[in-house]
Design a protein around this ligand. Structure first.
Ligand code: GUN
Length: 285
């Protein structure tokens, strides 16, 4: 039997509806959640992401504005912009779209953002909170995956969760959130020998490697849940993930498509974080 297709468009729409209701309730209390986005340079993919984030804000009634800086902006100018946003009580969330131009220091920038306003949850303080299981702001993509599992009624506790990829944005925090949910977690990465030996043991397999058709049907345990975080472009220019979708669908019990799977969840969780940040800064939580 073919696997259930986990629809990120449907689940993200449900999250955004919930967010819209929360924003309306906050506005009743004269709190208007506000997200500031910093975009340095003119990378076309980053411009698309930023536009989509603004659209999501409009949809749920969050105020947002973008500070567009030229590609040759120096580090101090960028840090000064962050400092202004940190000091502005009307701004609840600050997001600097990555990657930055090569001349800029990303680590220093992430350290400069007030952890309370860090809606990406990239600041080391927030990363630490995730590690000890007391985070309020959760990294958007892994939080989106957890939301999908919850929505689909897929229990994590007692499951063997295998995460492929160890990036700071996806792999590492994904493993921590699954661990927090009482999964038994294995992290594999580019230097892991015999990947299939691990993937075949996975009840829940999260793929965030960035390699088309990395996961073939013979590498998947029958009945496993497949979460494909990657967005690759195949030889025909079409978007695809790491999973060989059609054959794997015959083995798995549930699977996220690319596009239309995890992708739409990331922005929805960013909206959730912006609301959480606004509540926190208003003393409501
Ligand atoms: N660039 C690619 N993904 C992300 C993300 O989640 N947040 C930010 N700030 N930049 C990104």
């Amino acid at each position: 039997m073919a696997a259930k297709r986990i629809d990120g468009k449907v689940i993200s729409a449900a999250v955004l509806d919930r967010c819209a209701a929360e924003v309306a309730a906050l506005k009743e209390k004269n709190i208007e959640p506000c997200l500031a986005v910093i975009l340095v340079g003119e990378d076309p993919a980053s411009q698309v992401y930023v536009r989509n984030k603004q659209r999501a804000c409009e949809r749920i009634g969050v105020r947002s504005f973008t500070i567009q800086l030229p590609a040759d902006t120096d580090q101090q100018t960028l840090l000064d912009e962050v400092a202004k946003l940190n000091a502005d009580p009307a701004v609840h969330g600050i997001l600097c779209q990555l990657p930055l131009p090569r001349s800029l220091d990303e680590r220093q920038l992430l350290l400069a953002i007030d952890p309370k306003k860090d809606v990406d949850a990239f600041h080391p303080v927030n990363v630490g909170q995730i590690t000890i299981g007391s985070a309020k702001l959760l990294p958007c993509t892994p939080a989106g995956v957890m939301e999908m599992l919850r929505y689909e009624g897929i229990e994590v506790e007692g499951k063997h969760c295998v995460v492929l990829g160890r990036s700071n944005i996806v792999g590492k925090p994904m493993a921590l959130l699954l661990l927090q949910a009482n999964g038994t977690v294995t992290i594999c990465h580019s230097r892991t020998p015999n990947l299939a030996a691990y993937t075949r043991q996975a009840d829940i397999l999260v793929c965030a490697v960035g390699k088309e058709k990395l996961i073939t049907a013979d590498m998947v345990k029958p009945g496993a849940v497949l979460i494909d975080v990657s967005i690759n472009r195949n030889a025909e220019g079409k978007l695809c993930g790491d999973v060989d979708f059609d054959p794997v669908s015959e083995v798995a019990s549930a699977i996220t498509p690319v596009p239309g799977g995890v992708g739409p969840m990331t922005i929805a969780m960013l909206m959730q974080n912006t609301i959480t940040a606004a509540k926190q800064q208003s003393g409501l939580i």
